[in-house]
Every structure is written in structure tokens, then in C-alpha cells.
Design a binder for this molecule. Structure first.
Ligand code: GLN
Length: 289
């Protein structure tokens, strides 16, 4: 390997700063955030925070395992899966390939939940995945307890681990349940607040390789229009809400009309909330009097 080759990082003598520069250049075709990705992967390889890395470690020798991490990213694996963690609503969540990576776009759902139901006692999260929505809400509503359901046992294990590490184990229960199966909600009771980020992607959608090849299909796809899970779940929500209760459901930007129609047919009034990118992202459902 000659000098200046992009393959020299991670090899004795190369400093962190140079390894990051070379990795960032190599990741440009894969990632819109190539430099950031390289820094985060290097911080992970060094076992330090990104700010520690940038302030204090740039002249250290580059660790050999950085090469492997960068190669995984170059093959489109998301950074969150490589480092095993993703921040959401200011909290650290462990993530594995068994759960969808929590998106910043979903934070508007948590914000709306906290505003709409600051006194909620019982919270249900349908399709909890990593537990991100439920645990972010519980972390900010100290009087509330909640249940996260998922049909994936592997996801429930991740969610339970996150409840534990966030100190919410006594207020959050994770339960195996599948809303396509009759009787799934028996014994759960009623909830002041229901959260859901169900699968809503069209089966043949043109997704980035980092999503289609790495994130769990069961958390993404919901039939040809991406609407199958709304059609199954929303009509069951009236029986799960307390009087005056609120459900907050994440949607894809183009699904506002279709989901509001499904909700209207189940007796709900609807309100649309937008994410920071200005896209319709959350539908708030309240039962019409
Ligand atoms: N926001 C995700 C995406 O666009 C989809 C999440 C979902 O289906 N619930 O990749």
C-alpha cells in the first residue's frame, strides 16, 4: 500500500486526524454526513465522546479497528447499528438491527404527547421497537406508567434493556402482542395516551440502501400503499382509550388524507402536526363527543 492510499488508515503511524480525513473522503459516495460519520466511528473505536476526540485525541495513533468500522459504513450500514446507539429526545438508546433507528422526525410526536397529555397516567406504545417513543414520554412524565407492545421478541429485548438503562424499568412494561391477531389487547385496559410509529412504507418504495438493506422490514413495510397497519390498528383504538384520551400516530408525509379518512371512519377527530422539515408527520386522534 503506497503513501496516500485510502487503505493506510488504521495502520501504524497514521494519526487519528489523517485517518478521519481519509475515511470521510472515502464515505462521500455513501453518506451525506461523511465527515461526521467518520468522527463518530473514530470516537467509538477510541471509546471516547466525539467532543473528547476532537479536543484531545486527534494526534493519537489511529486504532486498527477503525478500518473495519469504516468499511461497514461504506457498505451502507447505518452508523447507529455500527456503534449500537442512537440519541433520541436527548436520551441514549441502544439499537440493534432488530429495531428501527429512532429518527429526529419522530421527536415531534413526543413533544406533542407531552403537550397534549401532561397529566397522563397510562401510556401505550404500539410497535415500540427500541422503546424510543414510550421511554422518551415516560422520562418526561414522572407520574406516568406505560406499556410497549411489539410482535418482535428481539425488539422487546432491546426495549426492555433501554427501559432498564434509562432507569424506567419500574414504570415501563414491554409485552409481546400483534395488533393483527384477535384478542391481542385483552387485559391491557385503557390508556390516556396511545403512541404509535407503525410500519407505513409502501412495499416497493425507493428507499436508501442503508434503510432497505439494514433496517427491519417488519418495522417498515405495510402493504402496497403503506396503509395496512393503519387500517388494522386505528379502528381498534377507541376501545383502548380512556374518555378524553389521545392517540398520536406517525405517518409518512403523503399519507395525511388517507390516514385522516381511516381515523374519521373510526369516530376520531384529527389534527395534523408537522416535523422540523415542515412535513406532515403526526396525526392526533381524539374521539368525537
Ligand atoms: N421513517 C421511516 C422511513 O422513512 C419509516 C418508519 C416507519 O415505517 N414507521 O424510513
Amino acid at each position: 500500500m503506497g503513501e496516500g492510499s485510502t487503505k493506510t488508515y488504521g495502520i501504524g503511524g497514521v494519526r487519528v486526524s489523517q485517518a478521519i480525513r481519509e475515511a470521510a473522503a472515502g464515505l462521500v459516495p455513501t453518506s451525506d454526513t461523511a465527515r461526521l460519520d467518520a468522527e463518530v466511528l473514530m470516537a467509538h473505536a477510541q471509546g471516547v465522546t466525539r467532543s473528547d476526540l476532537l479536543l484531545r485525541r486527534m494526534d493519537d495513533p489511529a486504532p486498527a479497528e477503525f478500518t473495519t468500522l469504516v468499511e461497514r459504513r461504506a457498505a451502507h450500514e447505518p452508523v447507529a447499528y455500527i456503534i449500537g446507539t442512537q440519541e433520541f429526545f436527548g436520551l441514549p438508546f441502544r439499537v440493534t438491527a432488530d429495531v428501527l433507528i429512532p429518527r429526529g422526525d419522530s421527536e415531534v410526536l413526543v413533544e406533542r404527547a407531552l403537550t397534549a397529555k401532561p397529566n397522563a397516567h397510562r401510556v401505550l406504545d404500539c410497535g415500540t421497537g427500541s422503546g424510543a417513543l414510550l421511554l422518551a414520554v415516560l422520562a418526561n412524565l414522572s407520574q406516568a406508567e406505560g406499556i410497549g407492545i411489539d410482535r418482535s421478541a428481539a425488539a422487546l429485548a432491546v426495549a426492555s434493556g433501554n427501559a432498564e438503562s434509562l432507569g424506567l424499568r419500574t414504570r415501563a412494561r414491554m409485552i409481546a402482542a400483534d395488533w393483527s391477531q384477535a384478542g391481542w389487547a385483552e387485559g391491557l385496559g385503557r390508556f390516556d395516551l396511545i403512541l404509535a410509529n407503525p410500519p407505513y412504507v409502501e412495499t416497493d418504495a425507493d428507499l436508501a440502501p442503508s434503510v432497505r438493506s439494514y433496517e427491519p422490514a417488519g418495522a417498515l413495510f405495510s402493504g402496497p400503499e403503506g396503509l395496512d397497519d393503519y387500517r388494522l390498528l386505528i379502528p381498534q383504538l377507541p376501545d383502548l382509550l380512556t374518555p378524553g384520551g389521545t392517540a398520536l400516530i406517525e405517518i409518512g408525509a403523503s399519507q395525511t388524507h388517507a390516514v385522516c379518512t381511516i381515523a374519521g371512519e373510526s369516530g376520531f377527530a384529527t389534527q395534523v402536526h408537522h416535523d422540523l422539515g415542515g412535513r406532515a408527520r403526526v396525526i392526533e386522534l381524539t374521539l368525537r363527543a
